[in-house]
Design a protein around this ligand. Sequence first.
Ligand SMILES: Cc1ncc(COP(=O)(O)O)c(C=O)c1O
Length: 392
Amino acid sequence: MSGLIPTELHRYSIRDVVRGLVAAPKLVDARATISLPELGEGISIRSARAAVIVALKALGLPPGSRIGVPLYCCPVVFKAVKAAGCVPRFLDIDPETFCLSPEDLRAKRSGIDAVIAVHMFGNLCDMPKILDIMDGKPVIEDCAQSIGSKLDGRACGSFGDISFFSFRSGKYLSVGEGGALYSGKADLRARISELTDALPAPSRAEELKHVVTTYIRSKLRSRPWWGLVGTRIWAVYNKKTEFADKSPIVVGRMFASDLATVRKRMPCLDSMISSQRAHADYYERNLRSGLGLLCLEGPRAYYNRFMYPIVFPSTAERDKMAAYLRGRGVGTSRPYEEAIEGAAKHYGYEGDCLRAERALRRALIIPSFCTLKPKDIEVITRCVNEGHISPD
Ligand SMILES: Cc1ncc(COP(=O)(O)O)c(C=O)c1O
């Protein structure tokens, strides 16, 4: 299993360590900005989860406000909504995009005070429709997975009142931690700056620890260590850690080391997206039809293809494929399946997002990140096609 291909890119080289160590002694200025594709300057923050809290506060939503959020989502968003003193209200998805369903939003609109439109897997929500349905109620865009994606030629993050991005390892820029908040509205931007000004900066000791742990974690999440020990450590962590204790939230400023690496990597974003788009294109042309539902790019869209999900006809078929691929050195993931139970137990989910549940139970992510070689993509394609016809 030493060659097991991971599904996420965790990229942190010795050069990144050195850059991080050089940057670490400088405390991050709360107003440090990050240039975001086609948007301009975003305000840096510790993480996207911290950005959710700041965004809800900046919008002046009182405690107890009901925030619409898709069930098909990284559950740390539910946690952040609650940490901001608000209440998540769950919305169903459009199975073709994995993003929130405008129809369900319309049906539930009167019961929510604001919405977080999560652009899942690099796909985009139908923002013009969502803005129309919300009719002036606040709209936040979660661009954690969708940096560089566009709809109708317009960049994600430019539609809502506030948007936020993530640079955590495993995401596109994969720098350790880090996020950015953006608003095109001067009053909201000023309020975000006020709130981020008041946040604590990491100490120098925390910076150093962060650089070292990011390096070790990234190694464990990459070849060959992912197959040798990483998957086992990850499985033990997941088994031993309660849903509610996973993904802690620190509301603070960004690490100086992460900021230096984001600024270094951002100019490479377009070429990373081109590679991932080429991988998605290859899969679309070469994966056997009848396998399951592939995630296609609509005519109005330009997706960054952050992740490549396949939705299988049943959970059993999905799990059989995952086991088959694992046996052939291809890692897969089944993201956020725990969101269904976790949302019901901790955040009041009432079982009314059946399309999201169905997709959560049947979707499988195959590796498609930008540093995979054409040979890797061919091997993955062949294995998926063979797994589809294999009787066992
Ligand atoms: C859709 C989505 N939103 C928000 C987050 C939170 O981002 P971060 O890890 O930077 O807090 C993540 C990932 O963790 C995510 O996938």
